[in-house]
Design a binder for this molecule. Structure first.
Ligand code: HEM
Length: 189
């Protein structure tokens, strides 16, 4: 960041955004400087790197176990990308690749547990269980992603799933979490 600032060189990337926050008007409660500033790119790196690497490893594993899907994906890539520059937009036009990633993430979520803190007392419907305010709640992503209520043959790798979105409580799966604190990087992936 110091080097970028000294060279006054802009790339429109995250470092530029961090410098804009550092040099902009500061909120006295949370100042974008020192460790506070450093924490943001660090959390992006930590949150993004391992999860992406694990996802890719499992996608390759699933494709190796299912050569028929590997062949379909290969043909899709050839048809759309052969002889063209590979860009974010062109990669986003590969629907079967999306299905492969989504299904692999459903079966092998790199973060198999997500957590929240109850903001108020909550009675779990249909039970006598009360989750009290301030209690940490851990949600098993694997249990939801492999629940036969939402996914037929849940342990099978089926990229072209036919469940209707309206029949499911969750669109796709919980691999990127859910709600306002869901994964900020999911659109990059
Ligand atoms: C396939 C790759 C990835 C998977 C499966 C994944 C999964 C997740 C999950 C499950 C969460 C917790 C969400 C929740 O509790 O509801 C999360 C949070 C987060 N992820 Fe990812 N992630 C991936 C890639 C990335 C990348 C590439 C970045 C950064 C560029 C990133 C940055 C973050 C950050 C900053 C959070 C915390 C969000 C918050 O607390 O508001 N992730 N991710």
């Amino acid at each position: 960041m110091n080097t970028r600032e000294q060279l006054a060189f802009k790339r429109g990337d995250m470092i530029d955004s961090m410098l804009a926050l550092k040099n902009g008007e500061q909120n006295p409660i949370y100042k974008f400087e020192g460790d506070n500033l450093l924490a943001h790119p660090s959390s992006f790196f930590i949150a993004g790197f391992e999860a992406t690497a694990t996802t890719l490893a499992f996608v390759l594993h699933d494709l190796a176990c299912h050569p028929e899907h590997q062949e379909t994906l290969y043909k899709e890539i050839q048809a759309h990308l052969s002889g063209k520059e590979m860009t974010m937009d062109s990669i986003n036009e590969l629907p079967f690749l999306d299905c492969i990633l989504t299904e692999s993430l459903r079966l092998h979520p790199p973060l198999p547990v997500t957590d929240r803190i109850a903001v108020k007392d909550y009675k779990v419907p249909g039970t006598e269980l009360i989750i009290e305010k301030d209690i940490a709640v851990y949600v098993s992503v694997n249990a939801t992603n492999q629940d036969p209520k939402y996914f037929s043959n849940p342990r099978e790798f089926i990229p072209l799933r036919t469940e209707k979105v309206e029949d499911k409580k969750f669109y796709e799966s919980l691999a990127f979490g859910i709600g306002p604190r869901s994964c900020i990087g999911k659109l990059f992936t």
